[in-house]
Design a protein around this ligand. Sequence first.
Ligand SMILES: [Zn+2]
Ligand SMILES: [Zn+2]
Length: 275
Amino acid sequence: MKTHFVPRVNQLDSIQLDSEIKNLLRQQIQNILQCLPPGLLSHLQPEINFVLNSALWNFSIPRSYATFGQQMLSIAYEKDQLPPVKLAMHYLLTTFLPYAKESCQFRLTSWSLLQKMLTLVENALVLFNLLNFFKFLKTGKQPSLVDCLLRINYRSLDGAKRRNIGYSYMTRELIWAGFMELLGFTVPLINYHSLKRKLRNFLRLEPNRQSVERVELTPDSKCAYCNERVILPHHMGCSHVFCYYCLKGNQLADAGFECNICDYRSDTFKRVIVL
Ligand SMILES: [Zn+2]
Ligand SMILES: [Zn+2]
């Protein structure tokens, strides 16, 4: 019995893979349906999903006693635990009942009692799934509720071979994670405002600094920093207007902040008074 051991992680991954495969195909069908006139097949959504799920079920479980996700991980259901009756039950529980539920939710929206019942059943299923998950963690068998109801176990097709883990990828991931952490720590320490100013001063050889007493503010005035309409107009002594937050923020971040346009420098600023 030990040779048929299937690690819990493989069992959970097979369920995950199954749902990924389903989503992938559903997405492809959606892409195809987008080419058709809108509304032509949208009312058949539950049927389309049902046909897709039925096809997936039909091509996997009756043939090889394993879903596609399980086949990818070399696991399968115990063959002798799946007689035709249980197979039919499996189909009913995994494919037909979800279709019936989806169809009811899609079509019978005015039947409030039925909708309430469905919500109740859905909530109960979530609870039972959770309980079954705890049971699965303890015993390592029957990860899904359907498996538990039908009492079918998984077995490994290639003996008790454990999954190979590529440590080279793991190391690479670790290096990248470390690098990102380093960047995340150092980037906020760099004062971009001051760097930008120094670079601008370096490139502009002849600064044009002049102080003025009054600043002209017209309805078209734009902030010298963000080049948008000025919000709470302020100036630092030159003839250019700044938003309060642009100016205050820059002066807080960079002690030597200079006007973007004329390189006038001041530590203080005043409100622009409209006369
Ligand atoms: Zn601004
Ligand atoms: Zn200026």
